[in-house]
Every structure is written in structure tokens, then in C-alpha cells.
Design a protein around this ligand. Structure first.
Ligand code: FES
Ligand SMILES: [Fe+2]
Length: 360
């Protein structure tokens, strides 16, 4: 499955920029292969629209803001955040503006310091991320960058606790302790939750970030798939520290993702500590990025395409959820159209080995 083959994905919310970066300058954003323009207009209201002027198709993101309206750089038509055209400079100033002269606006909201858009009719509200709004927690934005990986692969990696011991063996993982303790997985509708404890390495940086001592700690992680491309993880440390991790994967197109990560902490960290937390989390993410950018963007939806272990229960369930959304249309081809031919080759060799007469 490629994200462009699942129309249902248009019906969720995706972050496209930091609120602080959406100023009185139009900026482009790409979601699910469509180009949008985002801008801050009158009274600070954020607008978002398809990045194509209704007059002659110019890119609105090439325009500018004037008197709080988005001005198209081609013939100067101006648009309010609602998409309504407020000026056609070539017309008589008293002439009414035709109602069809609208920029095609899309839904946009600001939350958690991010600008979210929904390209279609939303099935849900902007994801509820309690700690990101909670005054008891400090919200820290860590990174927002485009990865050459597909969005389902990015979230699959977030839901997969069993990779920590290996992928992150040089930071927080301990490859001599790869086993998961008491992995519990539950699914309610399209929300997935898991709880598991495991041994995590305490490097000097991590000792500073957590206030713990020693070389290892047992960490409990409570993961949640909030929406198909939004992940939340409440990490509990032995000393009461809560490091709540949020990851969003905005599908830019089939092969690129705008990855955003932010955390909420209950230890009121000072500036130095925040810098240390961000530095380590960025290092950990670069370990994921390096692997994910080499994994094919197609995402398997059939259970036989891959092999699964007991610790893969969360990511197996993720495949089921995406398969359900994919089954709402008939656009997704069977996995065998793209999956590696070694699956068929392995089946063929088993058949040959068990039937000597076929070997001639
Ligand atoms: S193309 Fe935008 S005003 Fe003409
Ligand atoms: Fe990871």
C-alpha cells in the first residue's frame, strides 16, 4: 500500500508547520501529494488553501500578504483566510466580486504550537494530546523535518518497542537485554495502546536528562496510536519522571514524510536540560531515520507478506487498522504486486525440496 491509494487518509489532521513560522508570508505545504498554501492573515488568523489561484492557476504561495489578505503575485487578486476573494484590481472597485472567485480553502487549526490542516472532511478532531496542553508539563519541540520514508513506516517504527535494543544500541538501547516484559496490547476502535517495561541504557547524557544514576534503568512505556499517523508515548521512569513523546508523520507523498517530534516533561527542565533532552532525542531519531529511509515505502497490509513474532503484536494490529481504512476503496493492489519475490521463491524451493520427482 502507498498512502496515495487510501482516500481515507485525507480525512485526518496533519501538522504542516510550527505556528511561530506561519507569519505574514505565504508558505507552501505538501500533504498526500497536493500542494497547499498557508498564511497568517487578518487578526492573526491562519488560512490554508489549495496552492492554486482560481483565476489563472498561479501558485498563491508565490504571493504576499497585504492588509492582512493573501495577494496572488500574477494579477493581484486578494484572498481572506476563509478563501473569499476581497479584491480583483482590474475590475471597477464597485463591481461585486463573483462568489466563485474563491481560493479553495481547507480546514486549518493551531494546537500545541503547530499548524494542522485536514485536506478532506475530518473523521475526528485534531488529536487530543493531554500532556501537551497540561500546565504541569513543559512542552518542548524537538524536530520537524522531511524524511525520505513513507508515513506508515515512520509510525510503524514508533509503535515497535522491540527495535530499541538494536537500532538504539549506541544511545538508549541494550542489545544484551532485548526481551520485553509483560507486553500488553489493547485496541479500542482505531486507537491502539500498549504497555511494556524493558531495560534502557543510561549514558552520561541520559543520566543528566533523567536525574537517574547507574548504567541501566527499567523503563515503562505506554504507547498509543492516537490517529493513523499520530503517536503518543508516556515513558515512566523509576524516579517519577514522565517523558511524554509525541510523533506525527504527515504524508507529504508516497515516499516522503514530514516528521515532527515534541515532548512534554513533568520535571520543569531549565534551558540547559532542555538542550540536553533535545540533543539526545535528535540523535535517537537520526538512528531511526537512517534505517527507515532505506526501507521500501510500500506498507504491507496482508499478514503473510512478512513474518511476525510475539513482540510484534502492536505493529500487527497497526497493519489491521490501516488495512481496514484501505478496504474502504478498491485502489490498493495486493501486496504481491510489490513485495519481494523471495517469498514466492522460498515457497517454490520448499515445494521442490519436498517433491524430488519435480526435480527431474
Ligand atoms: S492567477 Fe492569480 S490573480 Fe491571476
Ligand atoms: Fe526508534
Amino acid at each position: 500500500m502507498l498512502v496515495s491509494q487510501v482516500p481515507a487518509f485525507k480525512e485526518y489532521w496533519y501538522p504542516v508547520a510550527y505556528s511561530a513560522d506561519v507569519v505574514q508570508v505565504p508558505r507552501p505545504a505538501r500533504v498526500l501529494g497536493e500542494d497547499y498554501v498557508i498564511w497568517r492573515g487578518r487578526e492573526g488568523v491562519v488560512g490554508a488553501a489549495v496552492d492554486e489561484c482560481p483565476h489563472r492557476g498561479s501558485r498563491l504561495s508565490q504571493g504576499w500578504i497585504e492588509n492582512g489578505d493573501l495577494v496572488c503575485g500574477y494579477h493581484g487578486w486578494a484572498f481572506a483566510p476563509s478563501g473569499a476573494c476581497t479584491r480583483i484590481p482590474q475590475n471597477d472597485p464597485d463591481a461585486p466580486i463573483p462568489p466563485r472567485a474563491r481560493a479553495l480553502s481547507v480546514l486549518v487549526e493551531e494546537r500545541y504550537g503547530l499548524v494542522w490542516i485536514c485536506p478532506g472532511m475530518p473523521r475526528e478532531s485534531v488529536p487530543e494530546l493531554p500532556e501537551a496542553d497540561d500546565p504541569q508539563f513543559t512542552l518542548i519541540h524537538e524536530l520537524m523535518e522531511v524524511w525520505r520514508a513513507s508515513a506508515p513506516r515512520v509510525i510503524d517504527n514508533a509503535l515497535d518497542v522491540s527495535h530499541l535494543a538494536w537500532t538504539h544500541r549506541n544511545t538508549i538501547g541494550d542489545s544484551s537485554n532485548p526481551r520485553m516484559n509483560n507486553l500488553k496490547v489493547e485496541r479500542v476502535g482505531q486507537v491502539l495502546r500498549s504497555r511494556v517495561s524493558y531495560i534502557s541504557r543510561l549514558t552520561p547524557e541520559q543520566r543528566r536528562n533523567t536525574g537517574l544514576s547507574g548504567d541501566f534503568t527499567t523503563r515503562v512505556t505506554n504507547s498509543e496510536l492516537v490517529q493513523p499517523f499520530v503517536f503518543r508515548d508516556v515513558m515512566e521512569y523509576e524516579n517519577g519522571l514522565r517523558h511524554v513523546l509525541f510523533k506525527t508523520a504527515t504524508p507529504v507523498d508516497d515516499t516522503h514524510t514530514l516528521f515532527c517530534q515534541f515532548v512534554a516533561r513533568n520535571d520543569n527542565p531549565d534551558e540547559d536540560k532542555v538542550a540536553g533532552i533535545v540533543a539526545l532525542d535528535r540523535k535517537i531519531q537520526s538512528e531511526d531515520k537512517e534505517l527507515l529511509e532505506q526501507i521500501r515505502p510500500e506498507f504491507p497490509l496482508e499478514m503473510q507478506t512478512e513474518m511476525h513474532t510475539r513482540t510484534d503484536r502492536m505493529t500487527v494490529e497497526y497493519r489491521r487498522i490501516l488495512a481496514e481504512l484501505a478496504s474502504e476503496s478498491s485502489l490498493v493492489p495486493p501486496d504481491r504486486t510489490w513485495s519481494r519475490p523471495f517469498v514466492d521463491a522460498a515457497r517454490a524451493s520448499v515445494k521442490t525440496a519436498t517433491n524430488p520427482r519435480e526435480q527431474g
